[in-house]
Structure formats: structure tokens, C-alpha cells
Design a protein around this ligand. Sequence first.
Ligand code: 13P
Length: 256
Amino acid sequence: MEKRIPFIAANWKMYKNQAETVSFLKELQSAVGPCTDREVMIAPPSTALAAARGAMNLPGYHLAGQNCHWEEKGAFTGEVSGPMLKEVGCDCVILGHSERRHIFGETDDMIQKKLTAAFRWDLLPILCVGELLPDREAGKTFDVVSLQVKTAVQGLTREQSQKLIIAYEPVWAIGTGKTATPEQAQEVHAFIRGLCASLFDKAIANQTRILYGGSVKPDNVDALMAQPDIDGLLVGGASLEVSSFQRIVQFQSVEK
Ligand code: 13P
């Protein structure tokens, strides 16, 4: 099986100004050092991206936007484009986060256009998918996740699908302190990998990194990362403090 390099991502949402971003990144990098056996990604608010870029100087660290529009430029008040993210030094972008879907009304079709655009601008997309609590309770988790993935990846080339990162974030576990159990997460991750095998092929599915997100904390990180199909994490609340995010980045390594 293809070795998948662990990918540990921080989604800061609408937290941290420029000064807080710079001091966090200095402290984190001096605590963790360069990353070679894992990759770390930080997604600060747009206003702190340039400051973050200036403060990131070690190998193995990526800088991400939390969203981007599919057009290069235009009359889209409040939006940021892929080339704009590139200009401030981003190499990644989070797309389809549940807060974008459920608070701001993003649809699967919009996310599909954003995904294609991200690749066009040479940004590595982290595609977020996940079911609401009523979906899970109605036994519709696989249907929901399947539709989200299938729609979003339409039109990707083979080369693009090889690079794609998917984050499974059950909406009921985000910011609630209610983590999916490692077994619940593993079940959906394995399903997503199977879906990638049918949409792309088995070789691509084996190398696709699938991250888990939703109340990841220092005390559950090792059990989550021990699951065979969990290749990394997308962390909200616990990524805002250096000490807790450092512990998550330094999850206890397990041979898979
Ligand atoms: P929490 O870790 O705060 O639950 O947030 C998860 C998330 O939304 C990451 O994108």
C-alpha cells in the first residue's frame, strides 16, 4: 500500500489577528521544528495570511485560505480568488467547509467549481464533506457523503484527483466537544476510500489522504490517528493554542 504522509491542518476560522498569528507561528515552529515525516497546514483568516507567510520559515508547513471563489476576478463583493491567495503565499485552500455550506449556503455545484478553480491556480484543495445529525440518525451518512464527494470531483483530471485531500467532518462533531469515535470515523473514511476507488481507481484511492475533523483534541488524537484510513486531521478549536496543537501535530506515531 502507498504510504500516506500524515497531514495535520489547523482551521482558525474567524480567530486571530496578525500579531497573534505571527506569535503563534513562531512559537509552534520553535516547539515542533521542521516537519519531514508529516505535513502541517495553517489556515488563518484572510487578513492574517500575508503576516503568516512572513512568519513561516521551516520545511513541511503549508499556508491555506479558508475558502476561495472560482473566478479569477470580478464583481463578487467579499470574495477572494485563487490567484489572490497565491499572491499572499498560500499553497492550499479549504473548500466546502460545513460552515460555508450551512451558514453561507454553498452548494455542491459551487464547491465543484471551486475545486476545479483551485487546481487551475495551483492550490492544493482540502475538500470538506460530512453529514448533519439528522442525516446520521436517519442512516443517510453514506448517501450524503457520497453525493458531496461525487459532485465535487466532477471534471477533475487523473493528475488532479491524485493530489486531492478530503476531510470528513461530521457536522454534529464540529465545535460540540462530541467527537466521532475512532470506529465511527474509520467506517466513513473506509467508505470514502472505496468511493475514490470507484470514481478514480484503486491506486489513487490508496494514496488519497482522508483527514478527520470534529472536536479533535490532544486526548483523542492518538486513537483517531491509529485508525487505518485516518491520514490526518482538520482541527478547529484545539488549533488555537500552541500547546494543544503541538500535541496534535506530534501525535503518537503508529505504523499502519
Ligand atoms: P472543532 O475542532 O472546533 O470541532 O472544528 C472542526 C472544524 O470545523 C475544522 O475545520
